[in-house]
Ligand binder design. Sequence first.
Ligand SMILES: [Zn+2]
Ligand SMILES: [Zn+2]
Length: 329
Amino acid sequence: MEVRPEGLYCRPGAFYIDPSRAVDRALITHGHADHARPGHRNVLATPETLAIMRVRYAERAGERLQPAVYGDPMTIGGVSVRFVPAGHVLGSAQIVLEYAGARVVVSGDYKRGDDPTCTPFEPVPCDVFVTEATFGLPVFRHPDPAGEIKRLLESMALFPERSHALGTYGLGKTQRVIALLRRAGYDRTIYLHGALVALCALYEQFGVPLGAVAPATGMKKADLARELVLAPPSAIADRWARRLADPVVAAASGWMRVRQRAKQGGVELPLIISDHADWNELLRTIDEVEASEVWVTHGREEALILAVELQGRVGRALNLLGYDEESGE
Ligand SMILES: [Zn+2]
Ligand SMILES: [Zn+2]
């Protein structure tokens, strides 16, 4: 494996994993924009990830799209390749590579917490584990998401005359929050900013039920009072929420652990719901896969590498360019 300007490159297989520039052959871990870029010639990814790329990029999703079903082994240039669930968003995968007696697992983004909308993470023992470190600091410990959903429902009960505008990223967070609300018994229609509609429909096509959802577009202020409206965080910051009647502004993100971030975003009700592993999950996962080497791709590398080295493993920062820590969070 080597780090090239385009991204992480497997030389014997002549392919990149999640490259940040268009390449001849790309293996894609999941559909977030900083991992799945448009314009590659050959794309290998799970059927769900390919579908997400088609929704987002249309014909620019790639010239040739090849599906990789979880667990099915294949060989590329003598390298054995297998996609394994990562528990991050629908279709997210770790990519397991075996070559010359060594096994490398590129985990993409992952989490270990409960998520009704995607297949849970599966630890694969390996020699080298390539991990993200979005929340790679001991301060980041994510609470049980069910408790955060309960806080949202309590706020809605407390302020029944105000609409609630909840900032959720379009791929993964939106659908997970809806699924968690349904599990908590919330059965009213949930209204969606236009940017969230297509991916919610795609989740449903792949068998993830979201209950009654409807576009917020075209609804009157008065009709949205008392309702829950989901929108991308950027739209909420954009005062898109002004179309709502005196909304309670909420956001669901791992970053909501940082009070300052919530304040800057004008978030009155911060919910700590993350689709990335927290500090404990990162360490637990590294322990479970028993890797002697841990390579860190993006996020807070230093603290995680130090912790890994204290466990007697070799740690390495890959310094890959082009990952936006917040695009999927
Ligand atoms: Zn990422
Ligand atoms: Zn991601």
